[in-house]
Design a protein around this ligand. Sequence first.
Ligand SMILES: Cc1cc2nc3c(=O)[nH]c(=O)nc-3n(C[C@H](O)[C@H](O)[C@H](O)COP(=O)(O)OP(=O)(O)OC[C@H]3O[C@@H](n4cnc5c(N)ncnc54)[C@H](O)[C@@H]3O)c2cc1C
Ligand code: SF4
Length: 522
Amino acid sequence: MSQFDTVVIGSGFGGAVTACRLQEKGSRVLVLERGRRWDVADYPSVSQKNWLWDDDEPEKQNGWADLRLFGDMSIIQGAGVGGGSLIYANVSIEAKPDVFEQGWPDAIRYETLAPHYATAGEMLGVQTIPDNQWTDRTHLMKDAADKIGAGDRFMVVPQAITFDPDFSYDRALPMDRRHSKTFTNAHGKTQGTCIHCGNCDIGCPVQAKNTLDLNYLARAEQLGAEIRPLHQVRWIKPVEGGYQLCVANLAAGGREEVMTVARVVVSAGSVGSTELLLRCRDQYKTLPKLSRALGKGWTSNGDFLTPAIYRDREISPTQGPTISAAIDFLDGSEGGAKFFVEDGGYPDVIGNMLDKLGRYPKLLNNRLGQALVKYASDTDPTSSLMPWFGQAKDDAGGRFYLGRRWLMPWKKDRLKLDWDYRKAEKAVQGLADMHLRLTKATGGEASTPPTWSWFRNLVTPHPLGGCNMADTPEQGVVDQRGEVFGYPNLFVIDGAMVPTALGLNPSRTIAALAEHACAQID
Ligand SMILES: Cc1cc2nc3c(=O)[nH]c(=O)nc-3n(C[C@H](O)[C@H](O)[C@H](O)COP(=O)(O)OP(=O)(O)OC[C@H]3O[C@@H](n4cnc5c(N)ncnc54)[C@H](O)[C@@H]3O)c2cc1C
Ligand code: SF4
């Protein structure tokens, strides 16, 4: 047996909460995280390298974002200490109470989760953008909601960002880092206040994002938990008194070692946890009793984006937090389709490049450098682009499985996804149509991207399910506290346990479910 009592696999919302709460209860916790521990100076936006994770060769390429292509569905996720919190847009919002009325274990209702939502919100330092700091996108969202008679559905969204009440777009160079006010948070970590730079998805340069490494994981480490970055778990096997894990050390070329521990919590995310358990059941055959429901009931959470152009209105999509506001149609009032419209910003790629060059003045001291500076200060080629974004409550009809490789068909070890767009069609189309209506009402121009209107392809940053929670092993893979049916002391606690679409951003619900699970684990 190792010196640890609990190994947590993955350090996103499920893993960070679990590591913190179990360490608080006196369990000696080890967190194994496949990604790096990112530092501001190492972000890909600074180094201009290590952007992507390659799951075929993670020891060679273990970058910021893990993009998986599964035919009609593509999935993007974070990799690193802090999991999806590093790459996410910080929206930290509760699911609607009626979401829990169907498809969940009897013990999970909104009322069960309410106190855990509150605790998670406090730990994550959730705030809303101050009234004096609305971005051009926030104003457009409000105007659009008013114009179609849905003003009462408009809201600024709760976010895990530390805002500065004194920030103002009216001051000189508002996004200059020097305006960020440094402070020490409740967990002893240094952070700064938000300067609206728009980099939320590629790493906050001033640590204004309250990422998990700055709160839950920081507390876990202070209490004695150990976090090992660049450690990827390959299989789990039951042994006398616990479980054996095979762990690849990616920093050492993928060298594998086997360790034994009494309790294992799989928190590798919807795709990661489902893949790991599928490999254990069907490839390595180390967990043969896993439920037949494994891999089933997966949902993309209906994410959809429509770009719109405004010829006479500044949108400045690269300024301000990536998402700031929402228009809520989750009551199904639009012909039964349930969706949540949001604004979606994106990072200023040229600005980031110049910012990097600015640190190496010699690189700017030539004609190309000067031309670039002039171009960037005179023009923002995308300033009139509004990315209408949002999620929809689609049916959880996807199924992950291990299938054959094209080139080596005798090998059945490729993670594949069966996803039938028809299960998402009504909800996603409702959201896409609303994007067009909101655009038209505010004088913009948009059409639904052909990736959806012609090919029915989607991209999601919000994968949910695969190891669904349920009351019986026939219906799901884990029980209401995340324990795997048939395998005591083996848990899945993360987005993989969520059995239905939420129709809005899921991280707060995942954190609340993890708080709920840990409250019941000794
Ligand atoms: C661009 C983007 C924007 C987003 N914006 C928002 C938002 O604004 N609000 C919101 O609520 N959600 C947002 N999300 C989604 C959110 O990030 C996820 O829902 C959330 O992170 C899921 O939490 P999790 O614990 O299930 O998994 P994750 O946070 O994905 O954590 C899983 C961790 O496990 C690690 N891992 C995987 N496999 C292994 C293995 N075998 N061994 C060791 N470690 C492993 C991964 O590297 C990762 O760190 C966004 C996602 C993206 C990609
Ligand atoms: S807008 Fe910039 S400063 Fe604010 S949270 Fe996002 S990345 Fe950090």
